[in-house]
Design a protein around this ligand. Structure first.
Ligand code: GAR
Length: 191
């Protein structure tokens, strides 16, 4: 048996995607979620990791950008891929170098629309509703050193109707994320 492919998940908030990815791979012998890293002390993602029995670690700005602390941890955990699941900081240069084309992000819009600095979570859905868009969706992409600009792996769309609110759009997006993010990760890491 080959060693399992090891995924490190990075998140900043609620952690629904981290949970869905972890549950998708839980019974698999070829893929393992080896750790969940978060950068907001009170993020609910830590609670989810605990419930899933996955090691979770908090790291602050210094650990990401001024030292190799996070990278050292990823190496100690033998992570093969880094999955950004609602991670809201720019990926540090040392991580991009250590994981070239091995960092995957999900963005809750149809990039290149509604991407870039400050465009995350509810801000995206508010902008989509304010612009009276007729559709929105998710983009899963490889991460490079610009916000939301790496190679696109996958997009899925959903309709936006005149009575949609940022909250109802968020709910549609979460359904797409649940349906596709784990599967696209699965395909990409086995290519
Ligand atoms: C998700 O909708 C994800 O697409 C988005 O944050 C949410 C995190 O939810 N990511 C971004 O906006 C990245 N720019 P979760 O913590 O419940 O998975």
């Amino acid at each position: 048996m080959k060693n399992p492919i090891r995924l490190a998940i990075l998140g900043s908030g609620n952690g629904t995607n981290a949970q869905q990815i972890s549950e998708y791979f839980i019974a698999r012998t070829d893929v393992e979620v080896c750790c969940i890293i978060y950068n907001k002390r009170d993020a609910y993602i830590a609670e989810r990791a605990k419930n899933l029995g996955i090691e979770a670690r908090y790291f602050g700005r210094k650990d990401f950008y001024e030292t190799t602390t996070v990278l050292d941890y990823l190496r100690a955990k033998k992570a093969d891929w880094v999955i950004l699941a609602g991670f809201l900081w720019l990926v540090p240069e040392n991580m991009l170098e250590a994981y070239p084309n091995r960092i995957i992000n999900i963005h809750p819009a149809l990039l290149p629309k509604y991407g870039g600095k400050g465009m995350y979570g509810h801000h995206v859905h508010e902008a989509v509703v304010a612009a009276h868009e007729k559709e929105t969706g998710i983009t899963i992409h490889i991460v490079d050193n610009h916000y939301d600009q790496g190679t696109t792996l996958f997009q899925a769309r959903c309709k936006v109707t005149p009575d949609d609110t940022p909250e109802s759009v968020a709910a549609k997006i979460h359904l797409l994320e649940k349906e596709y993010f784990p599967r696209v990760i699965d395909e990409t890491i086995h290519r």
